[in-house]
Design a protein around this ligand. Sequence first.
Ligand code: AMP
Ligand code: ZN
Length: 471
Amino acid sequence: MHLHDTRRRAVVSLEPLEPGHVGIYTCGPTVYAPQTLGNMRSQFTPDVLRRTLLADGLDVTFVTNITDVGHLVSDGDEGDDKIEAAAARTGSTAEEIAAHWTEQWATDRRRLGMLEPDHLPKATDYLPQQIEMVAMLEAKGHTYRIDDGVYFDVSTFPGYADFAGLDLTEMEASGRVDNIADKRHPADFALWKSSPEGSTRLQEWDSPWGVGFPGWHIECSAMSTDLLGVQFDIHTGGVDHIRVHHTNEVAQTECALGVHPWVPIWMHTEFLNLGAVKISKSKGHVLVVDTLVEEGIAPLAFRYFLFQAHYRAQQTFSLDLVRAADTALRRLVGHAVAARDAVGGEVVAPSGGRAAELRAAFWAAMHDDLNTPKAMSVVSTVARDPELTPAERWALLADADQVLAFGLSEATDPSAGGDVTDDPVVARRLADRQAAKEARDFATADAIRDELAADGIEITDTPDGPRARRR
Ligand code: AMP
Ligand code: ZN
């Protein structure tokens, strides 16, 4: 397996620290608001990674966390805690806010075909470990105390700027980015935040430095090393974490635990750009898995869509692109089910020839820094290639489905003849057509009928409303 390591700025070979086992940690959600389709992309990459390693026969421990304290509105060291602010806004407790959005995130992960994490630690369950790590840093002279709390002194870690290629002199010259008085360097960061004098926060704990709460970065260092060991193989997150969050995780962990490099491979998922999408604020819409379902798009179509871009490239989201992925997924399922049913579901690994070549090409793409667009083009070839027998086609698709997770073994044929009125995509188009007819916009109504006809679907208007049948 070859993966791109952000720290070395190169694609490197994965050499598990413990032969046969790979430990992966991914920065999880801050559970104060819905986790958007963008957030889900940063969970998709480690799911694909994990599934590929499992298919390779490796033992994988996957940890991702729930940030339920410490992440400030500014992403830096000033401002309110995001959870605290959400609780104040809604009148709920911090625990209620966190539980609600954790549930949404966990449900959406499942709907997108992601495996359950082996461990899902919450920052608030790891206070002793976080406090211990801050105390270790203090004992080793890496911290200083100011009214706001305990800060990490970046001048005590010569390698601080290396991870993200920062220019600390330039940062110092351009001055403070937040309003924390007494911070010695703009890059210094909070390890422990003191509760303001005379006020009580919803979430606060006693510590050797008085009542307060942990800084955002320390939780990931404390939880990952507690669950995966002092060193582990792969740490992942979104690209926005490189300059601050992960730079700080590296600094505090390497200083506290005396290891370098702490984690050999750091993988960062690029953004899903939501710019082009119209979000209906009046409906309280943010772009989440439910938004797709309301549009008649199957959640797994979004998984298919994510496979179409490499995780290190930005990806542009639009409903039309995900609709196109939905159509492509249905075609793929149709081919898979036809091949599967032709051979009674039996999987026989290909022994040679074109089938073996295609199988190798799929895994070569996955092992090449998770080149999912290339792997998907192999899958499309497999689905249609006239040279393959149904047995070969099914064997290859079932094999690829270990990573794809489209549920091909259980799927039913989406193109089987019969009534498809209740199919979510069709139902949506029928509703659009009805609305157009009611608005006397017959051109649009006819266009929708033609589009459905092009997909092999015929509409019959009955006294009970339109029915759709696949030819
Ligand atoms: P947060 O809940 O803000 O802590 O974010 C959780 C994860 O989602 C982080 O790893 C972010 O980098 C990632 N993330 C946030 N927005 C996007 C986006 N539009 N595309 C991809 N990843 C994102
Ligand atoms: Zn983190």
